[in-house]
Design a protein around this ligand. Sequence first.
Ligand code: UD1
Length: 431
Amino acid sequence: MARERFLIKGLGGAQALSGSIAVKGAKNAALKALASSILFEDGITLNNVPDIEDVKRMNDILSALGVVVSNKKEGEYALSVPGTLATDLPVDLAQKMRASIVLTGPILSRFGKVSFPHPGGCVIGERPIDLFLSGFEAMGARVTRESDRYTLFVPDGRLSGTSIFFKKPSVTATETLIMAATLAKGETIIKNAAREPEIGILADFLNSCGARIRGAGDANIYIEGGGLLSGVRDVFHTPSDRIETGSFLILGALAGVNFEIKNCNPKHVEALTEILRQVGVAVDVGKNSIMLSKNAHPSSLTSVDIETREYPGFPTDLQAPMTVFLTQTSGQSLVFETIFEGRLSYVEELVRMGADIKALDPHRVIVRGPKALKGREMESPDLRAGLAFVIAAIVAKGDSVIHNVYNIDRGYEKIEERLRGVGVDIKRIGP
Ligand code: UD1
């Protein structure tokens, strides 16, 4: 699959896409809910789970630990959790996915020990795990590191609640420590926690199954530890993917007319809709849909500076598609990536397509537009930049080939089929 590629015939700047495109369940919500199964005495059921490679990877790790994973029907999984599980994350599987680290919280709090390799994932700069380790230590765990493997154990078997302050509001560290605190002794307070919607959604689910978590979605989260949860009380409904929603919105603003994004939660992408309106895109927001009807051509839209921020700010995961958008609007825009270092290296490929982008430093680039893009043969560097290349190829003149489609399949379900539904000429070509 790694060797599959997309062949895309570009529109040469025409706004020729129309119809509806439906958003799938959120990868970043489903992965954490799957990991939370370890907190349960019985198991959990999830629906609206996207059919993506990262979900397969998470389920492979859970199965390797001893969880029984069954795919009941499309989008629906039942996970049954036995009384004991392996506590060592397998190197090959864990290194393939950064999000595997969220498993460490529930495993450590349930079994008093866990070992894992430094997690892999998208190459978007240095991705430290110090917040996880110091959080676990503050809760009573001992941490040792031997070559690339961390081993953690809790001398008296059960983590203790405490007050934890994050120097940075990390999404996965917040979720991991919420899960660890759910089975700990006493109260844990996470201060300067991340506020991404997926965190509140996970906490609501855990609460409906017996956990006591307050404040998820705010900067301070309070978790009163207790016993194992029970999954008979609720089903986890995976919310719509806000990054997919935003990416489709950007695609529609560039190349669509009468273009509708369905099955989404517009409240989760307000940072983007606000900016699109500001530059002149007519965005019509419904309850679960967003409509772009009378689209101005991007060359008649103005430039705008964007700065990625923690939620509810502009998401770093939409930075690459937004940069593609800004290559087509008129004027000079500054793109400032404040969350990750090294998450702008994909712009070199856009420059080879004809974009005018100058790097100022590892965090900032200047984009001047509008510049016609030319189709090219390129490699998907990571999940989010991979989709940005697909969008750039759709806008460009001529054919593009995008290699390493596996990187796109990690986060977007059958993207080519859904894009074809709105008029994109895209084919998946085998190895
Ligand atoms: C999650 C998302 C990812 C998104 C990112 C930011 C998942 C599976 N992934 O990633 O799609 O791009 O949030 O919205 O949900 N940091 C530390 N020490 C740590 C952990 C993080 O310094 O121990 C720093 C990071 O280097 C980064 C910042 O905190 O500068 C935020 O990263 P974080 O929120 O942790 O990203 P992820 O949770 O990995």
